[in-house]
Ligand binder design. Structure first.
Ligand SMILES: NC(=O)C1=CN([C@@H]2O[C@H](COP(=O)(O)OP(=O)(O)OC[C@H]3O[C@@H](n4cnc5c(N)ncnc54)[C@H](O)[C@@H]3O)[C@@H](O)[C@H]2O)[C@H](O)CC1
Ligand SMILES: [K+]
Length: 477
């Protein structure tokens, strides 16, 4: 499990640690780890040309001290000072003493670099790159040098993962003490490249602000497929979805559930013929969800439409004393009071537009503050909330760490993929996972399935559903 903390928490932890250490010791720890990581990425250090992009704060200080260490190992190190009057004095002195120099011609020095170290800004950065740095990015890209970001790629928002202008695109990021949210949330995440964490002895709170599931966490949470012949042990999930206008959403939600190892899927709704035609093993029922037979979780909403029948199905499902996943039209039609009053777990799975409607704000406000939005929704609805997007977030009703899905891919934007995710996460709810685990494991498998199905080619929602077993095998090994 990768965990992350925001800038405020990191600064507090740094202050407490620095108070107990000799002046500058913490920066030396960071610089030592940074230099070692650069040496490893370079392979051979002797004779290599390293260019440091140095900003006006301690991020630049890290880069200068790491550059001094690389110079002592025989690299040719040149510092480009983006804020000459504020460059870290101790770092500059150390670099010169080690044989490094300050550049007089930035573009020329960058053009010949084997490695460019981005020490422009770290957690003190605000807004995108400023002109002095932005105009060097062309030379950096053309140089073909390995780009290593110090702590964070400069120009990204550390706490939200936004990129508000131009930002460094790094091959690797060496971050200190803890991951920051911007290293786990797109679009900033994809600017960071491969992230290495250097331990500098930072004391952090026990409960992280963010968590990103890794393979091992997902494998530990997945029910063992086929472990029991009893369908109820593997989880029977009910799907109340589809309408005369949108039968396809029901088929896709059933597909997501069946491919996720559900012991059985009960379908209720007007798309029974379409569902049976595709999945003869689905148990279809006419009549209300409450009379469809025993289920251990419900999925309600995909393609529900907003006629009286849909509203009736939603009301019936929300009254069930089992975990319920509410998606799509179900989110639009659900009465907040009814959701809040439920005692069994509820998992809402909005995209940004649906979340904005539920919060009564503009979609742009949700997009600009996704972490805050998903936390607010979870608190207001007393439900787990999965906020879909470039990086899907899952918040629990009682606060606590927000799960960040590391496997998201742009292919998930294809129509119908949300219906598949609803069925997939619903089957995990029925298998006994908590609402937050069902949402975050569901998002993980869904993203993995999309990657496996796509492999660079265009992919449809049905291909994603069909690739869920492959994703499952990939995780369980
Ligand atoms: N404190 C320590 O002992 C350690 C710190 N580490 C490194 O320090 C940085 C944080 O350093 P800080 O000086 O607080 O801020 P930055 O270097 O990130 O920013 C410096 C300065 O830059 C200006 N600025 C803000 N936004 C921009 C921008 N978009 N472009 C250019 N300049 C900008 C603003 O004035 C900032 O104050 C941390 O990331 C670590 O790299 C080590 O982690 C360990 C020890
Ligand atoms: K940086």
């Amino acid at each position: 499990m990768r965990t992350a903390f925001g800038v405020e928490t990191v600064r507090t932890a740094e202050r407490e640690l620095m108070a107990r250490l000799p002046e500058g010791a913490l920066m030396q720890r960071a610089a030592a780890g940074l230099a070692a990581a650069c040496a490893e990425l370079l392979g051979r250090v002797y004779g290599k040309r390293v260019v440091l992009l140095v900003g006006g704060g301690d991020n630049g200080g890290d880069a200068l001290y790491a550059g001094a260490r690389l110079a002592r190992r025989g690299a040719g190190v040149t510092a480009v000072l983006l804020a000459p009057e504020r460059a870290h004095e101790g770092g500059l002195k150390a670099l010169r003493a080690a044989g490094g120099r300050v550049s007089a011609a930035a573009e020329r020095d960058i053009a010949g670099a084997d490695l460019v170290l981005d020490g422009i800004v770290g957690i003190g950065g605000k807004g995108g790159l400023r002109p002095a740095a932005a105009q060097l990015m062309g030379a950096v890209r053309e140089s073909g040098a390995l780009v290593v970001a110090v702590d964070l790629p400069s120009g990204v928002e550390a706490d939200t993962g936004e990129v508000l202008g131009d930002a460094v695109r790094a091959d690797a990021t060496v971050t200190f003490g803890t991951y920051k949210p911007g290293l786990l949330i797109d679009p900033a995440r994809e600017r960071a490249g491969a992230v290495r964490l250097i331990d500098i002895g930072l004391g952090l709170p026990a409960v992280p602000e963010l968590e990103a599931l890794q393979y091992a966490d997902v494998a530990a949470l997945l029910p063992v497929p086929g472990a029991s012949s009893d369908k109820y042990r593997r989880g029977v999930v009910g799907i109340a979805a589809g309408s005369a206008r949108y039968p396809g959403a029901a088929v896709l939600a059933v597909a997501g559930a069946l491919r996720s190892g559900a012991g059985a899927v009960r379908y209720v709704g007007p798309a029974a013929d379409a569902v049976i035609a595709r999945f003869p093993e689905a148990l279809v029922h006419a009549g209300p969800p409450s009379r469809a037979g025993r289920v251990q979780a419900w999925v309600v909403g995909p393609g529900l439409g907003d006629d009286a029948h849909g509203r009736e199905q939603l009301r019936d499902v929300l009254a069930a004393d089992v975990p319920v996943l509410v998606d799509a039209d179900g989110l639009r039609l659900a009465d907040p009071e009814v959701v809040r009053a439920r005692t069994a777990p509820t998992l809402l799975t909005p995209h940004a537009g649906e979340a904005a409607a539920l919060l009564g704000v503009e979609r742009s406000e949700v997009e600009a503050g996704r972490l805050a939005a998903v936390r607010r929704l979870a608190a207001e609805y007393r439900a787990a909330v999965l906020l879909k997007g470039a990086t899907t977030l899952v918040a629990g009703p009682e606060g606590g760490p927000v799960r960040v899905n590391p496997t998201g891919t742009s292919w998930l934007a294809t129509a119908g993929s949300g219906d598949v995710l609803a069925g997939l996460a619903g089957a995990l709810l029925a298998a006994g996972l908590t609402a937050v685990d069902a949402g975050s494991v569901g998002a993980y498998l869904h993203g993995l399935a999309a990657r496996l199905a796509a492999q660079g080619a265009p992919v449809g929602a049905q291909d994603v559903a069909a690739a869920i077993p492959a994703a499952w095998r990939d995780v369980r090994g």
